[in-house]
Design a protein around this ligand. Structure first.
Ligand code: PEP
Ligand code: MN
Length: 343
């Protein structure tokens, strides 16, 4: 950490900062410059909380060299992490993993039909929400534990592992009982108590980026899970909130190669929630692959016009099958070319 003083800072203010740094058990080395003094902070093991320093008189700026995430960082863990869900492996060097299924579990008939369609098309993991984080309380809230059972039943029927969202700590036991992978949704990315609890599990976790989260906040949220011991974590870019309303969110594809540089964790893309527009999902899925995503999460409904949630962004079975064929072709092409794709 580097503390930059105002050009008018007095010697006693510099001394006060030095004393505050030493009180934190760290070393402070003033670096006098022609215009101002900077103070280098040495001896820290990682990110230093700067709130006491930042407000001291004479301090202009605090520049962090260490990131607020360490376990997530590639600096301390150069090899890419592979995450196993059932018999599916997600991560660098592995074929793209596609998680697909309806936004919400609605009924046995719907879940079985959607599961059969995505399996037939070649998806690897079945999705379906039983606990739904809806914007308003009058929208369909999900079937709860009944939905978990239907998701499990459908997954078993087509021999696919299943992923579903957990919204609060009290749901963890039920979700672990029925699902192979726990999803933390965008709205809960900074529910730190929930992150800590899933960090204590041995189940794989899918952490979606908060709709207004910076990349640093996203990775710091991931750090909460790793810090509790659970290393089975996959990140998911699902679009961020911008001024643009023509799409539901704005897909931030640059996060994919950037996270691959910064972190050893796998990252997948959810083009369904990122765009909110069915016709944009196939092309953005392909773009995600080119950007280096290790997988995709795609909403598929056997009858999107009648979906209880997110029908406008859901592909039907034939459209999903077409996309899977194209993704396979693209993947074959990408693995045969020498075009570099980042890490
Ligand atoms: C979902 O995947 O069902 C979902 C609610 O997504 P997000 O948390 O990204 O909005
Ligand atoms: Mn949805």
């Amino acid at each position: 950490m580097l503390i930059v003083m105002h050009h008018s800072a007095q010697q006693r203010e510099i001394e006060q900062v030095r004393a505050a740094v030493q009180a934190m058990g760290l070393r402070a080395e003033p670096i006098p410059g022609s215009e101002r003094t900077a103070i280098g902070v040495l001896g820290n093991q990682g990110y230093v909380e700067d709130s006491t320093i930042r407000n001291l008189p004479g301090v202009r700026e605090v520049i962090h060299v260490s990131k607020p995430y360490k376990l997530v960082s590639r600096d301390f863990h150069p090899e890419s992490t592979l995450v196993t869900v059932g018999s599916v492996v997600i991560g660098a060097g592995k074929p793209t993993v596609v998680m697909a299924g309806p936004c919400s579990v609605e009924s046995e008939e719907q879940m079985m039909a959607s599961a059969a369609e995505v399996k037939q098309a070649g998806a690897h993991i079945l999705r379906g929400g039983a606990f739904k984080p809806r914007t308003g309380p009058h929208s369909f809230q999900g079937l709860g534990v009944e939905g978990l059972k239907l998701l499990r039943q459908a997954g078993d029927a087509v021999n696919m592992p299943v992923v579903t969202e957990v919204m609060r700590i009290g749901q963890i036991d039920d979700v672990c009982r029925y699902a192979d992978m726990l999803q933390i949704g965008a709205r809960n990315m900074q529910n730190f108590d929930l992150l800590k609890e899933v960090g204590k599990l041995d189940h794989p976790v899918l952490l979606k980026r908060g709709m207004s989260a910076t990349i640093e906040e996203f990775l710091a949220a991931a750090e909460y899970i790793l810090a509790e011991g659970n290393q089975r974590l996959v990140l998911c870019e699902r679009g961020i909130r911008t001024f643009e309303r023509a799409t539901r969110n704005t897909l931030d594809l640059s996060v994919v190669p950037l996270v691959r540089q910064l972190s050893h964790l796998p990252i997948i893309v959810d083009p369904s929630h990122a765009t909110g527009v069915r016709s944009l999902v196939p092309v953005m899925s392909k773009a995600a692959l080119v950007a280096g995503a290790h997988g995709l999460m795609i909403e598929v409904h056997h009858d999107p016009e009648r979906a209880l949630c997110d029908g406008a962004q859901s592909l039907d079975g034939p459209a999903f099958a077409q996309l899977m064929t194209e993704l396979q072709g693209l993947q074959n092409f990408l693995s045969s070319t020498s075009v570099t794709m980042g890490m």
